[in-house]
Ligand binder design. Sequence first.
Ligand code: MG
Length: 449
Amino acid sequence: MARIGGTGELFGTDGVRGIANEELTVEMALNLGRVMGTLRKNVAVGMDARLSSHMLRAAVIAGVTSTGSDVVDLGLVPTPALQYYVKTNPKIDGGVLVTASHNPKEYNGIKFIQDDGREFTRDMDEESERIYKSKTYRIAAWNEVGQVYMEDCRRHYIEGIKEKVDINAIASKEFRVVVDCGNGAGCVTSPQLLKELGCTVISINAHPDGNFPARDPEPVEENVEQLKKVVAEMNADLGIAHDGDADRATFVDERGQFVSEDVMLALMARYYVERKKGVVVTPVSSSRCVEDAVRAAGGEVVYTAVGSPVVAETMIKTRAVFGGEGNGGLVFPEHLLARDGAMSAAKILELMALENKPLSELIKIVPRYFTLKTKVPCRDKMKLLNGLKEEFPEANFIDGARVDYDDGWLLIRPSGTEPVARITAEAKTETRAKEILELGMKAVKRILS
Ligand code: MG
């Protein structure tokens, strides 16, 4: 079987991903649809704006209906819009998204959703993979095949977000915002939501286009230069950038400067803990500025392995008030136990309105760290993990090895999607961060040599 990251498994940390029509084929999409149809009776199917998404969605729908399960076809939607639809519609017990999120344009992916709107857990993905590999799908008789219903969930999603933010506070500020949907799925909801929140909206790259003519779908700083410029030139209060399926959002402040994803996570975590107290859940790869911000507000951080499904699962177990990843993926449990880019944008506007401060002022309460990242080729994950236990017996082994020092930390972990070891080092000064990174690189070389 083709795979997809070289890990030997079909499902990675974020569903099945691969180059469309090469690694991720129509046959695979059909069979993954059969798997979902075998597991669930009423399945919502949605897709992002990629060139291959229509093709793969048609195959998924054929697969689901061939098992006798029905499909609600939601068409082009942001990932969290489908998840919110599944969560709030009692008749729907599962979902499938055709999306490769932030990956380059040649990729696509298939992701399964539970009845509560969360992504499938690791165990559920493993069960799906067993059915896929053993081909033990249900096959319906000719007169029992599933039916397909069309529905539009965009209005429902926009209303769902509006219910959970202080619209009057936001509208009273008459914010001017620039939103860069990156020609992805966010085009169909985010500009409209922002308008309904009373903002003056300037949309860029706001028509769906799977060629991604303006920028790479990942909303990291180097890809949002245009947004930075437009925010500064238009004297806007905020810039918002989405990834390809709009479950993530990154931000530019009113000076046109990019705000690091970790800093936004820390800021939002602090906002939630100040108002609701309690626990914040984040992966071990997140900056310590998150823990500092949460502690300063009297809360507690619970760390997880990397990957949004485990963050959501841990949020349920710990009854967390907030969670998120240091990549612009924020989770608001009162709304959805999954990342939501449009909800993130609405909540940042609420915070700016209630505190009556521009974003550049708000982020001053978040302590600054220097974070350095690198990757080293690694085909033998077990050798790496065993070696790490010997090298760093004092480490935390939630995901790879995380070693905490007084003035920083080191994380070494095998990637879930590529044959590499990822090394992250963070410290108060750049010199110290470099020192820690080198220590990590030397250790990995020793282990793998
Ligand atoms: Mg995404």
